[in-house]
Design a protein around this ligand. Structure first.
Ligand code: WT7
Length: 645
C-alpha cells in the first residue's frame, strides 16, 4: 500500500461533475450539497424526518433519534415493514410492471422479474416460512448463490420479522456452524449448489456438514439451482418449490417496531471470533434509501448493477434493500467476472444497457491486468455513473475506470463505509462534488466525520489520524449480537461517545477524506475484511502447527495478500506439501478467500519480552525483505536474523 499512499499525497487531478450530469441530477452544485450537509448536521432530526417521510410507515414515530451513547434508537415508536417499502409501495404507485430484477446465471440463463412478481414470490416464500413455524424474531441463516431467490429469501424473512443472517457462499461448513451457534438460528435457506467458474459449489453439502454438529435447526429450505445430487434429511430438509406450492401469496407486511432487528451480518475483527453486526429496521431503511437516492442519483429509467454478493454488506444495502426501496431496475449476476472470460461484465453492461455500475477496486485491477481487448468492442455508452467500494482505489485503477469504462464522462463515486455503518458514509455526491483519484471526498448528509489524534483532538488538513464519526446516523449498527461489551470496547472505548471506524485517514485542504487503510489487525483482501487472528487460530488448530502469525503484504491485484509465518511442533518436517496442506486447512475452516498466499516456516517468531509477536517486523520483512526501526523490545534477535534470510 505504500505506493498508493505516496501517489495519494501527490494526487491533484480534479474532475468537476460534467454539466450534462449535474443538470439532471438531484443535487446539482457544491453549494447545494454544502447547504444540505450543514442542515443535516445542525438539525439532523428535521433532515432525517424529511427523508423518512418519503417512505411508508404503519405508525409514525415519537422521536427521530434517541442517543444514549453508544446506543441509538431511531424513529422510536414507529411501526414499519421494510418490504412494504421495497415492494407494495411500488405496486400502489402504479409501478408493479416495472422490472425489479434482471437476473443472469453464470451459464447464461436469464430471468426478468417485475415488482409485482417479486412481491408475489416474497409473499409466497414468507408464507412458506410461517407455515413451518418460523416467526418474528427467529434467526434464519441464508447460504445461497447469487440467484433472485437469495434476495427473495432475505425479503421474506423481513416480511415476517425473522432476522436473517446471510453467510457468503464462499465460506466453509465450519464458518456456517460458528454463525449458526452464535446466532442460535432455527432455520437455514440454501440451494443444492451455485455456479462459480463453470463448477458447482456444493452449498447443501456444506450446510449438512455444519448441521452435523449443531442441532438447533428445525428446517432447511433447499432451492433447486444446479440439479446436483444432494442428501435430503427427512423431517428437516424440504424443497423450496414444494413448500411454496402449499401456501398462497396473501402475506400482509407485519407491523414491526422501527428498532426490530432486521439482520445480523458477521464480519472479521481483531480477535479470532467474527462479530455479529446487528442492524435494525427503520433507521437502516432510511439510510440505505437516502444514500442510494443521492449517491447513485437513482432516476426512474436507470438500470443499476452492483457486482457484490449478498453475502457482504454491499449486497445487503445496495442490492437487496437500497435499490428496491428506490424502485430501481437492477441487474443481478450469479457468477465470476472472468467466466467464460474477462469480457463478461462489459457484455452484460451492453446487453442490459446498464447506466449505474458499482464494483470494487480489486475487480478493476484484475480487468486492467487482463487487458483492454476484453473491453474494446463493447458498447458502454449507456453508463452514466460509476462507483467503487471496499478498499482505497489506487489512482492508476481510478484513471482506467474513468477513461476506459466511463469514457471520461461518468463521475466515479468512491464510497467509504463498513459493515457496521450499514450505508455509505463518505462519498462524492456525483452531480455536485468534484472528484480526484483516490479520495472518497466528502461525508454524506448527517455524517459528522473527523480525523482525531491520539488524545481525541481533531487534526488539521494533511495530518494523518484516526477516522471517527461524532454523531449517530440512522443505519449505524446497534450492537454486536450477544456481545454488547465487545461493541462498546471495539468502537466506543477510545474516544467517549465517538465512533472509532478502525481506519487511518487524512483530509486535504478542500475537506476531502483520504482513507489510508485499517489500523487494526484486520486485512483487506480483495475488498473483503479478514482478521489475522482468525487465520492464525485456524492454523494453530492444525496438529502440525505450534505457532502462527499472519500479516498482510502489499499486493498489486488483491490490495493485500495473506502471509503466514508458521512454526511447527517438534518432530514435524516442514515441506511444500505441508504448506499446501495448511493452505487447504485454512480454506476448509474459513473459506477460500482466507487461504494464505504464502506460508513461511520459521524456527521461532520474533517476540517482545512480554511474549507478544512483533507483527510490525513480520510485515516489514514481507514488504521490504528487511527490518528498520526500533527493535529494542525484541526478545531474541536470532529469530529475526533467520527470517531475513
Ligand atoms: C473496511 C470495511 C462497505 C463495503 C465493503 C467493505 C475499507 C471500504 C472503502 C473505500 C477505502 C474502504 C475500510 C473499511 N473500505 N470502502 N471506498 N476506500 N477503504 O465492508 O468488510 O465492512 O470493510 O473496508 O478499511 O473499514 P467491510
Amino acid at each position: 500500500m505504500s505506493d498508493n499512499i505516496e501517489s495519494h499525497l501527490q494526487e491533484n487531478r480534479t474532475f468537476a461533475p460534467p454539466a450534462a450530469f449535474s443538470e439532471k441530477a438531484r443535487i446539482k452544485s457544491i453549494e447545494q450539497y454544502e447547504e444540505m450537509y450543514r442542515e443535516s448536521i445542525d438539525d439532523p432530526d428535521t433532515f432525517w424526518a424529511r427523508e423518512a417521510n418519503e417512505l411508508k410507515w404503519q405508525q409514525p414515530w415519537d422521536s427521530v433519534c434517541i442517543w444514549n451513547p453508544p446506543h441509538a434508537e431511531w424513529f422510536t415508536g414507529a411501526k414499519v415493514n421494510i418490504t412494504e417499502n421495497c415492494l407494495d409501495r411500488h405496486l400502489e404507485n402504479g409501478n408493479g410492471d416495472k422490472t425489479a430484477l434482471l437476473w443472469e446465471g453464470e451459464p447464461g440463463d436469464k430471468r426478468s422479474i417485475s415488482y409485482r412478481e417479486l412481491h408475489h414470490e416474497v409473499c409466497l416464500f414468507a408464507n412458506a416460512l410461517k407455515n413451518n413455524g418460523i416467526t418474528s424474531g427467529d434467526r434464519v441463516l441464508i447460504y445461497m448463490p447469487m440467484v433472485a431467490e437469495a434476495v427473495i429469501a432475505m425479503l421474506a424473512c423481513a416480511r415476517i420479522g425473522a432476522v436473517h443472517s446471510v453467510v457468503f457462499g464462499g465460506f466453509s461448513a465450519d464458518s456456517i456452524k460458528d454463525r449458526l451457534e452464535d446466532s442460535q438460528a432455527v432455520a437455514v435457506i440454501t440451494a443444492d449448489g451455485g455456479w462459480r467458474r463453470g463448477k458447482i459449489v456444493p452449498l447443501k453439502a456444506n450446510v449438512d456438514e455444519a448441521l452435523a454438529s449443531y442441532d438447533g435447526v428445525k428446517n432447511v429450505f433447499v432451492l433447486k439451482r444446479c440439479e446436483n445430487d444432494v442428501t435430503m434429511t427427512d423431517g428437516r430438509d424440504m424443497w423450496w418449490e414444494d413448500e411454496t406450492a402449499k401456501v398462497d401469496a396473501n402475506c400482509p407486511p407485519v407491523a414491526l417496531d422501527a428498532e426490530h432487528p432486521l439482520f445480523i451480518l458477521y464480519t472479521s475483527g481483531s480477535t479470532g471470533k467474527p462479530k455479529g453486526i446487528l442492524h435494525t429496521t427503520g433507521g437502516y431503511m432510511v439510510g440505505t434509501y437516502a444514500t442510494c437516492k443521492y449517491i447513485f442519483d437513482m432516476q426512474p429509467d436507470d438500470v443499476y448493477w452492483c457486482t457484490a454478493d449478498v453475502g457482504w454488506i454491499t449486497g445487503h444495502s445496495y442490492i437487496a434493500y437500497g435499490p428496491l426501496l428506490n424502485g430501481c431496475t437492477q441487474v443481478i449476476y450469479e457468477g465470476a467476472p472472468n467466466h467464460p472470460d474477462f469480457s463478461r461484465f462489459w457484455q452484460m453492461v451492453e446487453e442490459y444497457k446498464v447506466s449505474i455500475f458499482y464494483t470494487a477496486p480489486t475487480a478493476i485491477r484484475a480487468f486492467i491486468k487482463a487487458g483492454d481487448q476484453f473491453v474494446d468492442g463493447y458498447d458502454l455508452s449507456s453508463l452514466r455513473l460509476l462507483g467503487t467500494v471496499g478498499e482505497p482505489i489506487n489512482p492508476e485503477a481510478w484513471m482506467w475506470y474513468y477513461n476506459k469504462i466511463g469514457g471520461g464522462k461518468c463521475p466515479i463515486v468512491d464510497t467509504w463505509w463498513q459493515t457496521e455503518t450499514g450505508a455509505i458514509m463518505i462519498s462524492p455526491i456525483p452531480g455536485a462534488v468534484p472528484i480526484k483519484p483516490g479520495t472518497a471526498t466528502r461525508p454524506f448528509f448527517g455524517v459528522d466525520a473527523a480525523i482525531f489524534d491520539e488524545t481525541g483532538q481533531p487534526v488539521g488538513p494533511n495530518e494523518g489520524g484516526k477516522l471517527v464519526i461524532r454523531k449517530p446516523w440512522p443505519s449505524m449498527l446497534r450492537t454486536i449480537y450477544n456481545d454488547d461489551q465487545r461493541f462498546k470496547d471495539t468502537y466506543w472505548s477510545e474516544y467517549e461517545g465517538v465512533y472509532l471506524a478502525g481506519d487511518g485517514a487524512r483530509t486535504d485542504s478542500d475537506g476531502n477524506f483520504w482513507i489510508v487503510g485499517r489500523l487494526d489487525d484486520v486485512l483487506n483482501v480483495s475488498g473483503h475484511r479478514l482478521g489475522t487472528a482468525e487465520v492464525e487460530s485456524a492454523l494453530v488448530a492444525h496438529p502440525a502447527v505450534a505457532e502462527a502469525a499472519v500479516v498482510g503484504r502489499p499486493d498489486d491485484l488483491k490490495g493485500q495478500a495473506v502471509v503466514a509465518f508458521v512454526t511447527v511442533k517438534t518432530g514435524i518436517e516442514t515441506s511444500d506439501d505441508l504448506a499446501k496442506e495448511l493452505r487447504n486447512h485454512v480454506g476448509k475452516s474459513i473459506g477460500a478467500i482466507a487461504k494464505p498466499d504464502d506460508i513461511k516456516f520459521a524456527s521461532t517468531l520474533p517476540k517482545t519480552r512480554s511474549g507478544k509477536i512483533m507483527r510490525r517486523l513480520l510485515k516489514e520483512i514481507c514488504a521490504t525483505g528487511k527490518i528498520s526501526g526500533d527493535t529494542t523490545t525484541l526478545e531474541d534477535f536470532t529469530a529475526i536474523a533467520a527470517l531475513q534470510k
